[in-house]
Design a protein. Structure first.
Length: 251
């Protein structure tokens, strides 16, 4: 073999070795950042392969969650009606000489015709509603409203149940009362307390006033300065009191 051929062979071998080394270096070296990113990635969850259903096959039944019926609301308990409590301010309370539970004072007073009327002749068998009223100013307006309500809602409706209504005109003459009542229909008796003989034993101020008395003449309930609240409480007092009166007879 000549020297020229040997040199050419060695050169070819050297080139091959260099090429192999370069390939090894390129394939074996990896970017450290890419390697770190690969390590930090979470594993890919394996999903179960769904078994394809054959055409015409029925879908598998899924278990239904049992439903519990909604609880039924408890019925609202209605409290039994009672006689309303008399609530007064300190000033109003100080004007009252008799209160709930006290025996109502009595007197003989003239009616609008001037005839003397015994107290017992105007009281009811079970209950008596007494209205003290006047015709002066704003209290006269309240008095007129109270008179009309007693006529329309009590005198006729409760008369057959043993309830009587009596009006007492305070501080004036019979002629003044008749003039004030002109055009107003009233079927219940009207008495005149010109000298405040009866009223002075009941109160000192604040008209009109309404009192409900039981069959023994004791005060069951009362109110002053007639309002819508007075009207509601009066009707409730009458209904409850009549039920209490009837209770012993029902047993």
């Amino acid at each position: 073999m000549g020297l020229g051929k040997m040199n050419t062979t060695w050169i070819s071998l050297a080139h091959s070795l260099i090429l192999c080394c370069l390939l090894l270096l390129i394939g074996g070296c990896q970017n450290p950042e890419e390697e770190a990113n690969t390590e930090n990635q979470p594993p890919v969850p394996q999903t179960e392969e769904e078994t394809p259903t054959e055409p015409g096959a029925e879908e598998p039944e899924t278990a239904e969650t049992p439903t519990t019926p909604d609880p039924k609301p408890e019925p609202v308990k209605q409290e039994p009606l009672t006689i309303p409590e008399v609530k007064l301010s300190g000033t109003h309370a100080s004007s009252c000489k008799v209160k709930v539970g006290d025996t109502f004072p009595t007197a003989t007073l003239p009616n609008l015709e001037g005839e003397e009327t015994e107290w017992g002749s105007v009281t009811g068998e079970k209950l008596t509603v007494v209205l003290f009223w006047t015709d002066a100013g704003l209290t006269g307006m309240y008095s007129q409203e109270a008179i009309q309500d007693l006529q329309n809602k009590v005198a006729g409706s409760f008369q057959d149940l043993g309830v009587s209504v009596v009006g007492i005109y305070v501080g004036g003459k019979a002629e003044d009362a008749k003039s004030f009542l002109e055009g107003t229909e009233t079927s219940f008796p009207m008495l005149v307390d010109a000298e405040e003989k009866l009223y002075s034993e009941v109160a000192t101020d604040y008209l009109p006033r309404i009192y409900v008395l039981d069959s023994e003449g004791k005060i069951v309930w009362f109110d002053l300065e007639y309002t819508l609240s007075t009207q509601r409480n009066l009707m409730q007092t009458l209904k409850v009191s009549l039920q209490e009166e009837a209770a012993p007879n029902a047993s």
